[in-house]
Design a protein around this ligand. Structure first.
Ligand SMILES: [Zn+2]
Length: 170
């Protein structure tokens, strides 16, 4: 791993949550988890999308640093260079997925973790409504972290909920 990785990418080590809550299964039928508050926010997001006829499916949610290391090792074994890998995957310890606040989303008819998700009605819905539920895109085009554009990667931020229809609770 490059020694100046965190500094060069403007990324900080990400701490794993103390508790996790189930959010159902991903598109491969594997159980997925988020930190409890992010999980509740995710259920609200998914429910509101469903009310609008949008089917949000989970590709990936919480991942431990150890799991991230396994991903990198598999890619190295397949012959990718560390530079190539770090363009699309965060270094172990630095992935936002360790926080338990991130979901990678897809919707039927679109390939998971591909830029084409941007063309989906689900992405259009997220772009319009996700912030009401506290979710924001982490890696838009041209992000300062040198991470490829990820229209599927949405992070929940405590206190960033913007509800357009109801006044904020004081
Ligand atoms: Zn992601």
């Amino acid at each position: 791993m490059p020694r100046d990785y965190g500094r060069a990418r403007l990324l900080r080590p990400v701490r794993e949550p103390r508790e996790l809550a189930g959010i159902g299964t991903d598109i491969h039928g594997r159980p997925q988890w988020l930190a409890p508050r992010a999980a509740r926010a995710f259920f609200r997001l998914k429910g509101a999308a469903g009310d609008d006829g949008i089917d949000l499916q989970v590709v990936s949610a919480f991942r431990s640093a150890e799991y991230q290391l396994g991903i990198l090792e598999r890619k190295l074994q397949r012959g990718q260079t560390i530079d190539e890998i770090l363009r699309v995957s965060a270094a172990p310890g630095y992935s936002e997925h360790h926080s338990g606040r991130v979901v990678d989303l897809t919707t039927p008819g679109y390939a998971a973790l591909e830029e084409e998700f941007e063309q989906s009605p689900a992405f259009a819905w997220l772009a319009r409504r996700a912030r009401e539920f506290g979710f924001a895109l982490s890696y838009p085009r041209g992000n300062p972290h040198g991470i490829a554009y990820e229209p599927w990667h949405w992070c929940w931020h405590a206190g960033r909920r913007r509800d357009a229809t109801r006044p904020a609770r004081s």
